[in-house]
Write a protein that binds this ligand. Structure first.
Ligand code: B3K
Ligand code: ZN
Length: 864
């Protein structure tokens, strides 16, 4: 492996030159697209004499300054010019080959249409440019293309001109009045169906809304449009933020590396994050679409109007925008279910990242390939950090902080520190220690000790915090951790929090390595619930007996705390089974679950979550040292017993939740979730009646949620009817790749021994395409990240399979390859034999002659 130098946050320097205006002309052609970029340059540092422009995978045609051909050199990909004027006009002409661009960065083709992806550093694959987020320019874009193949020519901003050209071609010109960094540039050219609508902003401006989808898909675009309007209204109501252009466009494409991209006025979406109808998309997908549509829309202010100074500040826009999209989902849906989903992401994926070789703070210190840092840490832990500030400040002061942030920084490229300063200044809350969350990686472990004094009616609570050294950082300091707590008595009644004779705030400010609190005037023994609503992204070690957990599950005032107690109870059962400390799930837990099933006052969506066991990855994070096979079998055993013992209650609840016909409202969604959670546990019992119920639901379902849930229940319980159901599903959907992704994922997550062979077989299916990230992730990531038992098979076949695919993808789409390799990085969690097998595969990657920067960064860290 050759060495590649990392870029460091501390080395930031403001640019010597900036671009105030850029006029782009695209003469679109499959293999020879010509791009003419005319930039108005201004020198920002007195005495600067050299202009260095980023460029990758470009054919340079010409360079001129103020109309004259200009001498230049190419050094390590950069275009270097000597320049000593304070202002000038630079013209660069480049040629591109979009049809052969499989990396899906820069300008490429998706199903015959042209589209772009420029974040983080893709604009440099379009022209030589100051491709950095602190260079903000006004863009004018002219697109020329064949009129028949590409009737729609789109770019950022407002359309200002269009017309015919010779040879069956036409053109459009777009102007974006808002200065923006190059990563927000977008272009689309293609033939689409278009769904149009309008939105009137709070101040009375009409905005045209346009959603472009592949021909024939119009009926699957409604939900995205409804979601967009909902998001626009929500951002006005909750954050006081209005849309700022006359048009907002969304284009759905099939080949896309992530969910979507917030380009100014022209979002480009993965079709998976747009298209939905009840026959083809599940309730979870409807929810995800609404959340991604919201997320990209919210970026218009948090990301676009105020952007990042440099890429180390990525969480400035991503953490904040995830927080905003979570709040949106929560305000328009179920707060507790949305909180649960967010917490699962942290416990399932982010804790693992923090414990592995790619550990980094939410504001990373060094980066080799920026695309590797669009992580659960930057995004989701970043959102938790914003949420903690929200908890410490309260909604009103937090919103005052947001207003201060926009007043100070609208139109600028700023840092995470600027954001925290605005919050601090607007609220008067001291966030100096809190800032450490931006620079310190790792998951704090908080240990709780409780000392109850019955005579005095007092509880002394001692909290200790400790963050273990991480791969990137040896020394750790105590963090400012908000701890939301609650006390209940043995009858489940809320107990007031009294310290020093005063009723105290339920959020404790935990700032030292060890700290204590004393709660007085207690009516008797109490149960203490810590980190209600997951008030901080930490691991908690608190010895609570099962009966105390069951009490919290039944009575905690905070719904999240109920779920969390239930998850701890269930985890405890799985661990005891895995360690053979017990042979059967305890009655306490069975009774607690029975009570959930019998309680028809509970929101069914919450009941469904209460009945779902923690994922294997979450269990593995909570307790190291169990081999994946043992853990998998113990979890299965727990579910089998629950299904067996609670059969009657599960069946009864199932029947209560059956709706006569499909409905899409939240209540119906909740009932479907509960019904399918019951079905899953029933199937795990392995009983014949359960199999019949699954089969019946599979055959008669009038929507994809129910159909897929039945299929999944059959597969996960390895019931004999699974095979024919899989065949039937494939028959029905073989020509619809987005639906086939569900089928591929079912194969990827199959339990049992021969899944690797089945995956290799599925790769030969006509719907499979290694160049399409959706297909690859549906099959391969479902396996590597979601099927621990098979991925970690003792013979190493899972590791080999993933590596075989990574080797192929390294040459096709390095960004996707790097994202998919994560499960292979975490070899330290495994036993010695598995470690050796995993490292051997990492070594195979390391020896690739053309190892991409994306994979290099991860492989070298994993082996380092
Ligand atoms: N900002 C984009 C992500 C771009 C990823 C580049 N590898 C989507 C989002 O977070 O909204
Ligand atoms: Zn984002």
């Amino acid at each position: 492996m050759q060495q590649i130098q990392a870029k460091r946050r501390m080395d930031y320097q403001a640019p010597d030159f900036t671009v105030e205006q850029i006029d782009l002309t695209f003469e679109l052609d499959d293999h020879a697209t010509r791009v003419t970029a005319v930039s108005q340059l201004r020198r920002c540092r007195e005495g600067a004499t050299e202009l260095r422009l980023d460029g990758e995978q470009l054919t340079l045609v010409s360079v001129s300054v103020d109309g004259e051909s200009w001498p230049h050199t190419l050094e390590e990909g950069q275009l270097v010019l000597a320049l000593d004027q304070a202002e000038c006009e630079l013209t660069v002409v480049t040629e591109l080959d979009p049809a052969n661009n499989t990396s899906l960065e820069g300008l490429y083709q998706s199903g015959g249409a042209f589209c772009t992806q420029c974040e983080a550093e893709g604009f440099r694959r379009i022209t030589y440019f100051l491709d950095r987020p602190d260079v903000l320019a006004r863009y004018r874009t002219r697109i020329e293309a064949d009129r028949t193949r590409f009737p729609f020519l789109l770019s950022n901003g407002n359309k200002v001109a269009s017309g015919h050209l010779p040879d069956g071609r036409h053109f459009c010109e777009w102007e974006d009045p808002f200065p923006k960094p190059s990563y927000l540039f977008a272009l689309v050219a293609g033939d689409f169906d278009r769904l149009t609508d309008t939105f009137t902003t709070a101040s009375g401006r009409d905005v045209a809304l346009e959603l472009y989808v592949d021909r024939g898909n119009l009926s699957r675009a409604e939900h995205a449009m409804v979601s967009l309007k909902r998001a626009m209204a929500w951002d006005e109501a909750r954050f006081g933020l209005e849309y700022d252009l006359d048009i907002y466009m969304i284009v759905a494409v099939d080949f896309f590396n992530m969910g979507a991209m917030e380009n100014k006025g022209l979002n480009i979406f993965n079709s998976k994050a747009v298209l939905a109808d009840p026959q083809t998309a599940t309730d979870d997908e409807y929810h995800r679409i609404e959340s991604i549509i919201g997320h990209e829309y919210f970026h218009n202010w948090t990301g676009n109007r105020v952007t990042c100074r440099d890429w180390f500040q990525l969480s400035l826009k991503e953490g904040l925008t995830v927080f905003r999209d979570q709040e949106f989902s929560s305000d328009v849906g179920s707060p507790v279910v949305n909180r649960i989903l967010a917490v699962k992401t942290i416990r399932n994926h982010q804790f693992a990242e923090d414990a592995g070789p790619m550990a980094h703070p939410i504001r990373p210190e060094q980066v080799i390939e920026m695309n590797n840092f669009y992580t659960v840490t930057v995004y989701d832990k970043g959102a938790e950090v914003i949420r903690m500030m929200h908890t410490l400040l309260g909604e009103a002061a937090f919103q005052a902080g947001m207003r201060c942030y926009f007043e100070r920084h609208d139109g600028q490229a700023v840092t995470c520190d600027d954001f925290v300063a605005a919050m601090e200044d607007a609220s008067g809350v001291d966030l100096s220690q809190f800032r450490l969350w931006y620079s310190q990686s790792g998951t704090p472990v908080v240990t709780a000790q409780e000392h109850y004094d019955a005579e005095q009616g007092r509880l002394r609570l001692v909290l200790n915090q400790h963050t273990r050294p991480t791969a990137d950082q040896g020394e750790k300091h105590p963090l400012h951790i908000p701890v939301r707590i609650q006390l209940i008595d043995r009858e489940g009644r809320d107990v007031p929090l009294i310290c020093d004779g005063q009723v105290t705030d339920p959020v404790l400010n935990f700032t030292e390595a060890s700290q204590e609190w004393c709660f007085e005037q207690l009516p008797g023994p109490v149960v203490l619930s810590l980190f209600d609503n997951f008030s901080a992204p930490v691991k908690l070690e608190q010895a609570l007996e099962r009966d105390a957990l069951a009490l919290l599950l039944a009575h905690a005032g905070n719904d999240f705390a109920r779920w969390d107690a239930g998850q701890r109870l269930l985890s405890d059962e799985v661990f005891a089974l895995a360690e053979q400390a017990q042979e059967a799930v305890s009655d306490i837990t069975l009774d607690a679950l029975r009570a959930v099933l019998l309680n028809d006052q509970l929101d069914p969506a919450l009941s469904a979550q209460l009945l779902t066991l923690p994922a294997e990855a979450t269990l593995a994070q909570a307790k190291g040292g169990l081999d994946p096979e043992t853990l998998h079998l113990a979890r299965r055993q727990a579910m089998e017993q629950i299904g067996w013992h609670l059969e009657d209650e599960l069946n009864a609840r199932y029947r209560q939740c059956v709706d006569p016909a499909y409905r899409s409202d939240a209540e119906a969604v909740g009932r479907r979730a509960l019904k399918n959670a019951c079905l899953f546990l029933l199937a795990q019992s392995g009983k014949v009646q359960a199999q019949q119920l699954c089969e019946h639901q599979f055959k008669t379902a009038d929507n994809m949620t129910d159909r897929l849930a039945a299929l999944n229940a059959l597969n996960q319980a390895q019931l004999p009817a699974a095979a024919s159901a899989m065949a039937e599903f494939e028959q029905q959907w073989r020509n619809d790749p987005l639906v086939m992704d569900k089928w591929f994922s079912q194969i990827g997550t199959l339990p049992g021994g021969d899944v690797v062979a089945k995956i290799r077989g599925a790769m030969d299916h006509p719907a499979f395409d290694l160049a399409n990230p959706n297909r690859v992730r549906a099959l391969i990531s479902a396996f590597a990240a979601g099927n621990r038992q098979a991925f970690h098979a003792e013979d190493g076949s899972g590791y080999t399979l993933l590596t075989d695919i990574l080797i192929k993808l390294n040459g096709i789409n390095p960004q996707n390859a790097a994202r998919m390799m994560t499960p292979l990085l975490e070899w330290r969690d495994q036993d010695a034999e598995r470690q050796a097998l995993m490292k051997a595969q990492l070594q195979r990657l390391a020896e690739l002659p053309d190892l991409s920067r994306d994979l290099y960064e991860k492989v070298s860290k994993a082996l380092g």
